[in-house]
Ligand binder design. Sequence first.
Ligand code: XMP
Length: 509
Amino acid sequence: KVLILDFGSQYTQLIARRVREANVYCEIFPCNVEFEKIKEYGAKGIILSGGPASVYDKDAPKVSDEVYELGVPVLGICYGHQLTGMYFGGVVAEADHREYGRAELYADKSDDFFADIEDDSFVVWMSHGDRLDKMPEGFKTIAKTDNAPVAAMRHETRPIYTIQFHPEVAHTKNGRQILENFVVKICGCEQVWTPRNFVEAEIERIKELVGDKRVLCGLSGGVDSSVAAVLIHRAIGDNLTCVFVDNGLLRKDEGKQVEDAFRNQFKMNLVAVNAEDRFLSVLKGVTDPEKKRKAIGNMFVRIFEEESSKLGEFEFLAQGTLYPDVIESVSFKGPSATIKTHHNVGGLPEDMKFKLLEPLRELFKDEVRRVGLELGIPENFIWRHPFPGPGLGVRVLGEVTKERCDVLREADAIFLEELHKADLYTKIWQAFTVLLPVNTVGVMGDNRTYENAVAVRAVESTDGMTADWAHIPYEVLGRISNRIINEVRGINRVAYDISSKPPATIEWE
Ligand code: XMP
């Protein structure tokens, strides 16, 4: 395994994902973690990430010098390159002009670091202000660009490599190969981090940890909780009980699909609670989005507690926490930042006395999907778009009623069906329909209508933090609009949302 020390770069997670894609396990620690922890971790290689600071800043983040003396290979990227250069006696200077974007890299391909690369030169992505002007003694250049005489260097006798460019970003050609070369050829890591190995090891770990105790799992039907539940079920069978709360704010047929898959297909202990009436009753007359969220969240907690108390004693509560949530809580946010504890407890109260079981907390989303496929979970669960906890509660704008949810469900089902047919569903990050709180005038046959309008929303994104509207072909949009207006009673207008986030958000409420 490999350890990545984070200096606050926006790309640190990408480094980890690239390393994992080479089937090598890695974790991220903040750069200022005590050396003892680094040593204890026992990595076969250490990667120092980039970061926003300058090595000359007053509070410039540093890493314990002992890291260079541990005897394991070290790779410094960008800030890590400059920091390492300084440590060994090189000179870092403010570059005349900052360098952002592409540069042509000329690499010494006789070094293992650039093994299995065919191009004589290739495009790499730069993003830095400072640069290493004078190489430290004992190092040699292994790559340069027109603007950076030392775009990559290595220690002459020790496995210490540093590079100015970013191999982790998609714009760097051969970047994946370079990181694979480092972790496999130079660090000597075995490429055994695969979904199958993860599943086997995790099942063993869960068996050992849980023993014959009971585990409670809140199932939402989303990919994370589904994969977590199936994995735990493989380990402990009927000692796992899943509670699925159908709040009446789900998509068309979603409740049935969840029940069918987990009860009939996976033969799991599933307690499904139909609580539509209770949710709708607390939403009556509520139009403010945050009040709706609160009402839905509180009701969920109440029902979850009621159900779990009927089911006897549980030692563990299972959650689908993912690695990005974990990193968020430990990532390096500057020298004085305090570490905040993370919470991913879909609104569950803190006084529930459970131990947490989080089998996915080491995984990125794409890895969760691969693990899910390995476990035989149906594709329609694996590729499901993110769906907010309050569901249609925040997609029926204004007051939420059963009738309005039903109208929205029909329109939304048509929208998704057409996206599937056009082979667009998996290319889109999230897509859904919003029922607007206005009526609009239309004409059907010879009659004037005055009915609902819906907006359809589809966005491209990688993490939901920023998003662009998806450029769905006009023909597909045309079909969607036609079908919704013709097939759904009560809708006479369809609009397509072409706002990006920011400044808009993905949801409308
Ligand atoms: P926004 O609308 O903030 O959404 O751009 C970003 C992502 O978060 C989801 N979302 C929620 N998820 N509870 C959730 O569990 C919520 O209240 C909530 N609001 C938004 C949204 O669907 C998108 O994926």
